[in-house]
Design a protein around this ligand. Structure first.
Ligand code: SAM
Ligand code: MD0
Ligand code: SF4
Length: 370
């Protein structure tokens, strides 16, 4: 019979710190880091090592992008959804008030974001059947209206689409496509994204990039994953080579099967941001305002994030996702306030001309030939 005792290496604290130093140093130089090393970084608990991790990630970000941080406005234009993800407030069976914005309202909103100096509008929706009807007619209408009337860079976050819909989405004006796997642990994915295909969702990123659209992948922290799952998810996301990758801490939502789950602090998210930065120096990595509001901005920038996302102007009745209301109507997620807090980190907002250059550069490297 096999013994149930497992071999657990006994290391002294300073031995462990030395090993962490070596991994960080290697990653900072851009040398390959294997899964066990990613696991070691994601297992750090002591404050000194955490500080070293964040500082190295910040140095890499500053070396790659300078002191400028990009900014994205969040436009959640339809909160209707046919799906029932266990973690999401907007899941179909949650009896909440929902809205769908008109093309005119969306265009006006994107114009305001552009005028305020925001670099990109993230057009996000639940998997709303009305948007997907007639080969995505309404979705394409919205995207092309924003492109034609405003001209701000566009990210679309519509959930999972059919492969043949990526070219029309690109032609309508989408520069970026976001679709988060949440976890690369397949059974865990299937228990959270009920009745959705793991492979289909993974393919979204591949299809987007093959069709000339930049892609974003993302992971959630606190949905039942182990530390090794986190490490493997980071590795998979990096290997998929999306231009943007993110981590978001799960926030329990009323009326969902996970409402009684504990609310975690952001330490694991910060570690994930820093590790992703060390593994992929030129990745766009969000500092989302959708988990802790503006209170969480500095820690995420200090962990190596390069773009502030989920900026939502007040009093326009647009929701966030993880925090549908937090910091919105008090104006804390507004453009001016976010810019002020950013300056306190010693960084500045990137001009849109710089973002446009970055987008053109990344598009030229896509596995797509026109
Ligand atoms: N419906 C589209 C989809 O699922 O891809 C786009 C919008 S969806 C609401 C965007 C992302 O928000 C999800 O992929 C998930 O990572 C994140 N999210 C949803 N609920 C969350 C929660 N309670 N806490 C943290 N993040 C959450
Ligand atoms: C964010 N609330 O950036 C948004 C959202 C969807 N592409 C992004 C999760 O945090
Ligand atoms: Fe719908 Fe997206 Fe929420 Fe899932 S995460 S229920 S697909 S809005």
């Amino acid at each position: 019979m096999m013994s149930s005792l497992q071999y657990v290496p006994i290391r002294h604290e300073n031995e462990e710190s030395l090993m962490i130093d070596e991994i960080i140093e290697k990653a900072e130089k851009g040398q390959p880091v294997d899964i066990n090393e990613i696991y070691e970084l994601m297992s750090i608990t002591n404050t000194d090592d955490l500080e070293k991790l964040y500082s190295a990630a910040s140095r890499v970000r500053d070396k790659t992008f300078g002191k400028n941080i990009f900014t994205y406005g969040f436009v959640y234009f339809s909160t209707y959804c046919k799906n029932n993800c266990t973690f999401c407030y907007f899941r179909n069976t949650n009896g909440i008030d929902r809205y769908r914005k008109s093309v005119e309202e969306i265009v006006e909103h994107c114009g305001n974001l552009q005028d305020a100096g925001i670099n990109l509008a993230d057009l996000t929706m639940g998997e709303d059947p009305l948007m997907y009807a007639n080969n995505n007619e309404q979705l394409l209408k919205i995207v092309s209206a924003v492109r034609d009337e405003i001209g701000i860079n566009i990210m679309v976050s519509p959930g999972a689409m059919q492969e043949n819909m990526f070219a029309p989405l690109r032609d309508a004006g989408a520069d970026w496509f976001a679709c988060y796997q949440e976890t690369y642990n397949r059974p865990l994915f299937e228990s959270r994204r009920i009745n959705q295909s793991f492979d289909d969702r993974k393919n979204q990123k591949i299809w987007a990039r093959q069709n000339g659209i930049l892609a974003e992948d993302g992971m959630m922290i606190g949905i039942g994953e182990s530390v090794m799952d986190r490490a493997q998810t980071i590795q998979e996301m990096v290997n998929l080579n999306c231009e943007q990758i993110r981590a978001m801490t799960f926030v329990p939502q009323c009326g969902t099967p996970m409402e009684k789950d504990p609310q975690r602090d952001s330490t694991e998210e910060l570690k994930a941001i820093a590790v992703m930065r060390l593994l992929k120096h030129d990745a766009m990595i969000p500092c989302t305002l959708d988990v802790e509001g503006v209170a969480g901005l500095k820690t995420r920038i200090n962990a190596g994030a390069s773009v502030i996302t989920s900026i939502v102007p007040p009093k326009k009745h647009f929701a966030g996702v993880a925090q549908p209301e937090m910091d919105i109507d008090n104006g804390n997620r507004s453009v001016e306030h976010v810019f002020e807090v950013l300056e306190e980190t010693g960084h500045h907002r990137a001009p849109t001309s710089e973002f446009r250059k970055l987008v053109a550069d990344r598009k030229s490297k896509l596995p797509y030939k026109n």
